[in-house]
Design a protein around this ligand. Structure first.
Ligand code: GRG
Length: 303
């Protein structure tokens, strides 16, 4: 982030909106102020400098705003940042709220998965306990709702609310998958839409609606966000499979260790059909754990 927006031919998307991203970082820290000190401490944990994450969602949304707002009056000098300050401010709210919902879901996710690391540091559930982590996530959701109300657009409110519901649905799909679901690529894509892509799709659509774009353009923004979100989660799942603990900021192969079957595992099963049987038999038996890690290790060596 920061610095020149281009080096040679390459343009870094983050630097096109780096000033706005730091504004959003400040706003997020302001939005989680609470008179209950322990809650404020917990809620701001993943908004601190150094553990703020990649800010992928706000970056996409700000860039989407830049590309869609340009069809509004031509007199405005800088289409990237200073388009119409009121419109741009409302779109910044969407970027902040989206990031806040994302962080809230990470807090809950780490409790559900009993994760000990997040963003390369100790997860909040390890640091302050599961109960405080859940409550901090709830607090962030309620602050996100307050932010959403300030945007004053009922359609955007319902799109973003649906995205929150989809996060829950995706997580439940992941938790309650039958063996057939687990080994189905279709089901994997469905779960991935709910768990990851819906939030990006619906927030992109919200940016288009606020820009006053037609229903057709808003749907294109939605499709763009949906496809980007699906690709993002696929890459995240591949990295869990191919990365090392040091590069990931968490243990590698953590999905399979948690009983979660992702696309790369499905592809590994195509290569080693015996792996399906081993996974089916469960990881309670250390022999199965060793055997499946051996298959996965071979598969990882091939790609
Ligand atoms: C109570 C509304 C509510 C939700 C709870 C736990 C849960 C339901 C949903 C979790 C969904 C989840 C964890 C999806 C994973 C999405 C994902 C790709 C996370 C990693 O995103 P990055 O790489 O992370 O953008 P950083 O750390 O950079 O922000």
């Amino acid at each position: 982030q920061g610095g020149n927006s281009s080096v040679g031919e390459q343009v870094y998307p983050f630097s096109l909106v780096s000033d706005e991203l730091s504004l959003i970082g400040n706003r997020l820290r302001e939005m989680v102020v609470s008179e209950v000190p322990k809650l404020a401490l917990a809620a701001e944990y993943f908004f601190e400098m150094g553990v703020e994450g990649k800010r992928f969602r706000p970056t996409v949304l700000l860039l989407m705003a830049s590309s869609l707002n340009v069809s509004l009056p031509e007199s405005v000098p800088d289409p990237v940042i200073n388009f119409s300050s009121d419109l741009r401010t409302r779109q910044q709210r969407i970027a902040e709220i989206t990031e806040m919902i994302h962080v809230a879901s990470l807090l809950h996710d780490d409790v559900l998965d009993d994760a000990d690391t997040r963003r390369g540091v100790r997860s909040l559930n390890i640091l302050m306990g599961n109960k405080l982590s859940v409550l901090a996530g709830d607090f962030l959701f309620s602050r996100a709702c307050v932010g959403l109300a300030s945007v004053k657009d009922p359609e955007v409110f319902s799109l973003m609310s649906a995205a929150i519901e989809h996060l829950v649905a995706g997580e439940i799909m992941q938790m309650t998958s039958t063996s057939e679901d687990l080994f189905s690529m279709d089901q994997y894509m469905r779960k991935t839409y709910y768990k990851t892509a819906s939030l990006i799709a619906n927030s992109c659509k919200s940016i288009a609606i606020l820009a006053g774009q037609t229903t057709e353009v808003a749907m294109l923004a939605y499709d763009y966000g949906r496809n980007l979100g699906l690709a993002y989660q696929l890459i995240d799942d591949v990295l869990d499979f191919t990365g090392t603990s040091a590069s990931l900021g968490k243990g590698s192969l953590s999905d399979i260790r948690n009983g979660i079957i992702t696309a790369p595992i499905l592809f590994a099963i195509e290569e080693f059909p015996e792996l399906r049987e081993v996974i089916n038999q469960g990881f309670d038996d250390p022999k199965n754990v060793d055997l499946s890690l051996e298959y996965l290790g071979k598969s990882r060596g091939i790609q």
